[in-house]
Design a protein. Structure first.
Length: 233
């Protein structure tokens, strides 16, 4: 495992110095407003990333106002009251992206959120607070929770949704995965328990050695490893 400093110096060299790298790393701290979001915004973010997965993001963005209108602004209680026939009708509406399997995840993920909020051990006033309070030193645990209890939130879909909401998380991009494989830190599947545990351990160590967030560290690894295409204009 390389030290943070060694990775940082290599990224600086590849990206044109400390100032240029700082601009590329951007802001990375967790959004303090995350825990104050209403849960309909959480469900909306989950759904948007599910539809963006494997699809042109711009098209999803352009159609998103229609999604909000069609699904009651993602009101959890209204979503849970929708019968299957209504979901089928809405999934056939050309105003949204017609994919019934993805539309079904809206109700499934609303159910996940409802069950968490009504569980015996729940100590959070909202699902947004549940996400916000999850410790980043075990961010893979939150990934696992979303994958296990939700639908189509595995892989990078859940992490991308969390980052969009303002939750600090690294992303297992192709470059980040390439780093861990090149340095023989992982073998086998990237999403196995052993691989994820090793990756989390490394990010935790780098975070202790630096003042960067997980999202900034994730970008740093990519800038120090992948194709040297991203530059400051």
């Amino acid at each position: 495992m390389e030290s943070y400093q060694k990775i940082y110096e290599r990224a600086c060299e590849r990206k044109g110095g400390e100032q240029a790298l700082a601009l590329l790393l951007g802001e990375g701290n967790q959004d303090p407003l995350l825990k104050h979001l209403s849960d309909d915004r959480i469900l909306s973010a989950f759904t948007k990333k599910i539809f963006q997965s494997g699809f042109v993001w711009r098209v999803v963005e352009n159609k998103w106002p229609n999604f909000e209108e069609s699904f009651f602004n993602f009101d959890i209680e209204k979503i849970l009251m929708m019968p299957e026939e209504m979901l089928e009708r809405k999934a056939a509406d050309p105003k949204i992206i017609r994919n019934f399997n993805k539309v079904k995840t809206i109700k499934a993920n609303a159910q996940m959120m409802f069950e968490q909020q009504n569980s015996d051990d729940n100590s959070h006033p909202s699902f947004s607070a549940f996400i916000a309070d999850w410790p980043t030193e075990d961010i893979i645990g939150l990934w696992t929770y979303l994958k296990k209890h939700g639908q189509r939130l595995g892989g990078n879909t859940g992490p991308y949704a969390l980052r969009a909401l303002g939750k600090d998380t690294f992303i297992l991009s192709r470059d980040v995965e390439g780093y861990f494989r090149t340095h023989d830190l992982i073998s086998g599947g990237i999403q196995t328990k052993s691989s994820l545990a090793t990756i989390q351990k490394c990010f935790n160590q780098w975070q202790q050695e630096s003042d960067l967030s997980l999202s900034q560290l994730s970008r740093l690894i990519a800038f120090a490893t992948g194709d040297n295409n991203v530059q400051v204009a």
